[in-house]
Design a protein around this ligand. Structure first.
Ligand code: NAD
Ligand code: IPM
Ligand code: MN
Length: 348
């Protein structure tokens, strides 16, 4: 298997080192390659997603991605900003299905922002559409007739886009507890009404899945009131972005949630749901567990190696059950110490 490592910016390279330690400890027959991405690539080449990086990404079976984003480049032209690298990879590789699982870890219930008895029931999967929505519609800044500046971003979904993500979500629900909640804003948005209509049409193929619908404002509330009610949640690009960050704090830290971005085939990009965390980068305190869990997802989905994925996940669970905690979870362990603890748990 060919794995491309794209460490990126901020804490990206720090947490990537820890995922590589885990990969080395597994001693799998993989071919590793690396490339520049994000602000690091922009600084070196003038583009956040240089052609060499895109070519290597297209040729890889699995891409392990750290994070992009650098405050130094927050005001360069939008198409050259670090974030365009991850958006470009998602679009160019057709990675339309973003799976963001959130599950409580044994021993972590007291670290949740929620009461332990509420948090302990969390075991959900957010299926976030990743190639459409307000992210990829026409956007710009224009002058109104009265001479005001006006920013706009068109929100749109085609029925084919909704249908393919709905199928992914229904199939995921079949493999879990058989419940799917589609989150939208159909009471206000035409985009969401079409979303809901198409999800209902697709449901006809999945009589074994119980489908429900929820408005996104209510979903944000229900996620903290009673997250245990959710099995699979399917939603659009923007709502999924926001709800997944929220779900991370229900578990305990944004440094814990991994994701897989998949196309129709086996190829995928795997990354923590968090960003480059410029506020803590360079300090050796970032939580590497989301990055390490992203490696597990890579081995499972793109490598067909369920055994190695399960081994990594068990090692992470053991480390947390043993009380290992970084600063994000109220502890004192640094990035490297946490990575080392996972490697020990892997072998132990
Ligand atoms: P962020 O996720 O980077 O950080 C939010 C907060 O969470 C910060 O206080 C940070 O220190 C903390 N945090 C994040 N990851 C952590 C970890 N592993 N361990 C401990 N603490 C962690 O979000 P932001 O601050 O809004 O964005 C920073 C930059 O990252 C921006 O440039 C943004 O565009 C970018 N970003 C990139 C991605 C990506 O590459 N996929 C995702 C989100 C944000
Ligand atoms: C994420 C990030 C990205 C997104 C940004 C960096 C483009 O927030 O992966 O969650 O909004 O999708
Ligand atoms: Mn996000």
């Amino acid at each position: 298997m060919k794995i491309l490592l794209l460490a990126g910016d901020g804490i990206g390279p720090e947490i990537m080192v820890e995922a590589e330690k885990v990969l080395t400890a597994l001693a799998l027959p993989v071919m590793l390659d690396r490339a520049l991405v994000g602000g690091a690539a922009y600084a070196a080449t003038g583009h956040p997603l240089p052609p060499e990086t895109l070519a290597k990404a297209k040729a890889a079976d699995g891409i392990l991605f750290g994070a992009v984003g650098d405050p130094r480049f927050d005001s360069v032209e939008r198409h050259l900003r670090p974030e365009q690298a991850i958006l470009g990879l998602r679009a160019e590789l057709g990675l339309f299905a973003n799976l963001r699982p959130a599950k409580m870890f044994a021993g972590l219930e007291d670290s949740s922002a929620l009461r332990p008895e509420v948090a302990s029931a969390i075991d959900l999967l957010i299926v976030r559409e990743l190639n459409g929505d307000v992210y990829f519609g026409e956007k710009g800044t224009r002058m109104t007739a009265s001479g005001e500046r006006e920013g706009y971003d068109i929100m749109a979904y085609r029925e084919s886009e909704v249908r393919r993500i709905a199928h992914v979500a229904f199939r995921a629900a079949q493999g879990r507890r058989g419940r799917l909640c589609s989150v939208d804003k159909a009471n206000v948005l035409e985009t969401s009404q079409l979303w809901r209509d198409v999800v209902v049409e697709v449901a006809a193929d999945y009589s074994d899945v119980a489908l429900s619908h929820m408005y996104v404002d209510n979903a944000a509330m229900q996620l903290v009131r009673n997250p245990g009610q959710f099995d699979v949640v399917v939603t659009g690009n923007l709502f999924g972005d926001i709800l997944s960050d929220q779900a991370s704090m229900c578990v305990g830290s944004i440094g814990l949630l991994a994701s897989a971005s998949l196309s129709e085939g086996k190829q995928g990009l795997y990354e923590p749901i968090h960003g480059s965390a410029p506020d803590i980068s360079g300090q050796g305190v970032a939580n590497p567990l989301a990055m390490i869990l992203s490696l597990a997802m890579l081995l499972r989905h793109s490598g067909d190696d369920e055994a190695s994925a399960a081994r990594i996940e068990a090692a992470v669970a053991k480390v947390l059950a043993d009380g290992c905690r970084g600063a994000d979870l109220g502890g004192t362990m640094g990035t490297a110490a946490l990575g080392d603890a996972v490697v020990s748990a892997l072998n132990g």
